[in-house]
Ligand binder design. Structure first.
Ligand code: BGC
Length: 428
């Protein structure tokens, strides 16, 4: 029975735009509806969590989890510059209350990729105004919401724009795509967070993080606040040119953000795979590796490597704010077990890891890939919006409930006839 420390946080994560539906005032919505678009399909009603959060939280709690990570949507709360919607703030208050009522500690992210259209029109995350604009939103939102949170993340994957640029992962925007983005959004595609890794990005983002952290701390001094960082296990091909390229890559995509995280209450680690740097400077899967539905290497061990790296570089306690797998559920179970084996071993070695959120609680809108890749441990039939608990969810719930990797013999999650979990306890 490999136990985790008492009070370990066990959760699952989502982001507003990916699950709520109809996020019409956001820059992402506009880009999805541009023609042509780099998005495979529009997000539409997503999984309608905006209305169904109560049942969704009840499901997660019944599984055995003790926390839920979600994001609050800037484009809903400030749909026009300077207009703050009390109704939207009240919605998130109800969501936070509903978490506590079901025994789930709420972890809120203040920015998860999407911004209001008015911000995009001013350059979005390429604009020097971003820190002030985001900071002001955080002040208003934190005043209303922060006191009732258990954790706050300022910016999700603060380094992803730099990561996308360094890894050459941005779509190749044709003239037609650029014109369509201008027509739909009134701004070039780089104004959208994921593509905003232009020169000076790290300074803009770190300034925005600081403004957000200070605003949240002013409203709730005891609330743990941190940024989240996309951290993959990084390796170089056995060649000097590859090692040099990897050192440059680290300096561009990790070092400035690790430096900025020092002194924060925690660092959020988000890991999906291993990235190999080759001698020609390109990055990708090691040759012959098993692929997930995202085309990443299947590499559950990457999570512990990333936690060790982040803890060493920042000196902060680690919260695994995302770790996940897209594809078939049997492999998902193996992925989760493997990732948690590594986390448990790292904790035994003295790495201060406080919690783990699986990405994602539900199948959802996977950005440019649309609804194709499925990361959820709970499936969703989007025509009926019915939820279907997959075996991986029951497995993670049982681990969470036991706070240990080996669950007591005979303990299993009991489901009703629709596949919804009723709780732990039945004997096999
Ligand atoms: C993001 C999520 C995304 C997931 C899977 C992370 O980079 O935070 O929004 O869905 O990866 O690609």
């Amino acid at each position: 029975m490999r136990a985790f420390p008492p009070g370990f946080v066990w959760g699952a994560a989502t982001a507003a735009h990916q699950v709520e539906g109809a996020n019409t005032a956001s820059d992402c919505w506009a880009l999805e509806h541009a023609s042509p678009s780099v998005f495979a399909e529009p997000s539409g009603d997503a999984i309608d969590q905006f209305h169904r959060y109560g049942d969704d939280l009840a499901l997660l709690a019944a599984l055995g989890l003790n926390s839920y990570r979600f994001s609050i949507e800037w484009a809903r709360i400030e749909p026009e510059e300077g207009f703050f919607s009390q109704a939207a703030l009240d919605h998130y208050k109800r969501l936070i209350d509903a978490c506590w009522a079901r025994g789930l500690a709420p972890c809120a992210t203040f920015h998860h990729f999407t911004s209001p259209r008015w911000m995009a029109k001013q350059g979005g995350w390429t604009s020097p105004k971003i820190a002030d604009a985001f900071g002001r939103f955080c002040e208003i939102a934190a005043d209303e919401l922060a006191e009732d949170l258990a954790f706050a993340c300022t910016i999700n994957e603060i380094n992803i724009p730099a990561f996308v640029r360094a890894s050459r992962m941005a779509p190749d925007f044709s003239d037609a795509h650029r014109k369509a983005a201008m027509d739909a959004l009134g701004a070039p595609p780089e104004s959208f967070y994921m593509f905003a890794g232009t020169d000076g990005y790290a300074e803009r983002a770190v300034a925005a993080h600081r403004r957000a952290r200070d605003a949240i701390k002013a409203a709730a001094p005891n609330l743990p606040v941190g940024m989240t960082i996309s951290i993959q296990e990084e390796e170089a091909e056995d060649h000097d040119d590859a090692r040099t390229a990897l050192a440059q890559r680290r300096a561009a995509i990790y070092d400035p953000f690790y430096e900025a995280a020092k002194g924060d209450d925690f660092v959020g680690v988000q890991t999906y795979t291993r990235m190999m740097t080759f001698r020609d400077g390109r990055t990708g899967r090691p040759k012959g590796a098993e692929k997930t539905a995202m085309g990443y290497e299947f590499r559950p061990q990457a999570l512990a490597a990333a936690c060790r790296d982040a803890a060493h570089a920042t000196g902060c306690p680690v919260l695994v704010t995302e770790s996940g797998y897209a594809g078939e559920d049997g492999r998902r179970c193996t992925f989760i077990q493997g990732a948690l084996d590594g986390v448990h071993a790292a904790i035994a070695d003295g790495v201060d890891i406080r919690g783990y959120y699986y990405w994602s609680a539900f199948d959802n809108f996977e950005w440019m890939s649309g609804y194709g890749p499925r990361f959820g441990m709970i499936g969703v039939d989007r025509r009926s919006q019915k939820r279907l608990v997959k075996p991986s969810a029951a497995m993670l719930g049982a681990i969470a409930h036991a706070n240990a990797l080996e669950v007591e013999d005979g303990e299993t999650v009991v489901m009703d006839e629709t596949g919804a979990p009723l709780g732990l306890g039945g004997r096999r």
